[in-house]
Design a protein around this ligand. Structure first.
Ligand SMILES: Cc1cc2nc3c(=O)[nH]c(=O)nc-3n(C[C@H](O)[C@H](O)[C@H](O)COP(=O)(O)OP(=O)(O)OC[C@H]3O[C@@H](n4cnc5c(N)ncnc54)[C@H](O)[C@@H]3O)c2cc1C
Length: 410
């Protein structure tokens, strides 16, 4: 019987413990919080989007960093197996929603946590709360245990599932990286990802809370388009957020750190420049006795109009019928290319995920075992892998956690 210590009772740690305890092992989880799964609690806006019921090839398309590293673990513990484990073994009723997103039927993330904790207790896993793993005990490149202050927990195998840096208030505050580094592991550069973007233009404040649907955004570096996408975005106090922007932050995190990018919002992507110009002409025709400032109500959301009017340089009280063709063209181009200068991303307090982490080159992808220290394993967000929103990141935690636990129990 092996003594297994798991650091962290998040998604990866609990799944790893469940798999390790399925063999004849004595499994203990050390968690520094007062309860398990503090981050799971806030996932999916409190509903926990626990996986994505998509084809496996589709899954890997949503993994942004090091998808190949995940082949063995995700094929070894698939989305289907994850859903089956939750619904059949752990008794959690689940449902699949739009975009293949899987949630508990109750819409309560606490039910996901409770089902896992109950499953762990049934398997005899001991959960030690309010205890911080401070040091790894390693002799001759073999893990021997974990130290929490003066207390030593001896172990035949240790899994570090301590998360990354995002939402540090949930417990993932970089401890895992420090422990990994102490064992000789390299940590690739880390970035807040799936995070709002900060812009230079102060007018965004006036639009705070405004959500734009069916818009497209394009990012430019040195006048060259480097990224574009279509969907829904949101203005915040300091910049932009929403699904479209969070996804962009994942692709562009590295560039945004090193230079300012320009982002253009196409508020009317369904209309060509000519079509939008015709549309403006028509709207102006219907409002010919109005001021220019009152002529855009049919075309743009109410909150956006004063900003567009100001940026257009056309006087708000100018009669619509005296707006020149050149002014109208400039306005049309502005609506198709509303410019913003991206100066940075939000910090880890607002980032759904950490990009970067323990280098995948130093972990065996089939077992999650360290290539440097025998019987030391990694699982979850601590590893340099990350995906887009939609349940993919939790699936990474479930699959890597399961593989680490299973490898030990075998
Ligand atoms: C707001 C938000 C919403 C999200 N929504 C979704 C979603 O709906 N779907 C999805 O797929 N993903 C979502 N994610 C991402 C997902 O939550 C993470 O990918 C996942 O929780 C990572 O699991 P983990 O177990 O690796 O790390 P964590 O969940 O961070 O767990 C790490 C645990 O280790 C503990 N720990 C750390 N250091 C120590 C130490 N020294 N000693 C003892 N314990 C320690 C921590 O307290 C913590 O409990 C969301 C993230 C956020 C922030």
């Amino acid at each position: 019987m092996k003594k297994v210590i798991i650091i962290g009772a998040g998604a990866a740690g609990m799944m790893a413990a469940y798999a390790a305890a399925s063999g004849a092992n004595s499994v203990q989880i050390i968690e520094k919080n007062e309860k398990c799964g503090k981050k799971i609690y806030i996932t999916g806006k409190g509903r926990c989007n626990l996986t994505n019921n998509c084809d496996i090839s589709d899954f890997f398309e949503h993994v942004i960093s090091n998808p190949r590293f995940l082949y063995s673990s995700v094929y070894g513990f698939t989305i289907e197996q994850t859903m089956e484990l939750f619904s059949k073994e752990l008794g959690l009723r689940i449902k699949t929603e739009r975009g293949n997103r899987v949630f508990p039927e109750s819409d309560k993330s606490s039910d996901v946590i409770n089902s896992l904790v109950k499953g762990l207790k049934e398997k005899g896993v001991k959960i030690i709360l309010n205890k911080r793993a401070e040091k790894l005990i390693i002799k001759d490149n073999v893990i021997k245990g974990v130290a929490c202050g003066n207390e030593i927990y001896e172990a035949d195998a240790v899994i570090i599932a301590a998360g990354g840096l995002s939402y540090p208030s949930t417990g993932s505050d970089g401890d895992g990286f420090r422990l990994a580094e102490s064992a000789g592991h390299s940590i690739t550069e880390t970035y807040p990802s799936l995070v709002p973007l900060i812009v230079r233009e102060t007018w965004v404040k006036e639009l705070m809370g405004l959500s734009l649907r069916n818009v497209s955004v394009s990012f430019y570096k040195d006048n060259k388009k480097i990224y574009s996408d279509f969907g829904e975005m949101l203005f915040t106090h300091f910049g932009v957020s929403g699904p479209l922007i969070l996804t962009a932050s994942s692709y562009l995190a590295k560039q945004i750190r090193s230079e300012n990018l320009t982002m253009y919002i196409d508020c009317k992507p369904a209309l060509s420049e000519e079509e939008l110009d015709m549309r403006l002409l028509r709207d102006f025709g219907e409002k010919k006795n109005c001021h220019f400032g009152n002529s855009l109500g049919k075309l743009l959301p109410r909150k956006l109009i004063p900003v567009v009017v100001k940026l257009s340089g056309i006087k708000e009280d100018k009669p619509v019928n005296s707006v020149s063709a050149a002014e109208r063209k400039k306005l049309m181009r502005l609506i198709k290319n509303l410019p913003l200068t991206i100066t940075g991303t939000g910090n880890y307090n607002e980032a759904v995920i950490t990009k970067g982490g323990v280098s995948v080159k130093e972990i065996n992808p089939s077992t999650m075992e360290s290539k440097l220290i025998k019987n030391l394993y990694f699982a979850g967000e601590i590893i340099d892998v990350d995906a887009l929103t939609g349940g993919y990141n939790l699936q990474i935690a479930w699959s890597t956690g399961y593989m680490a636990g299973k490898s030990i129990s075998e």
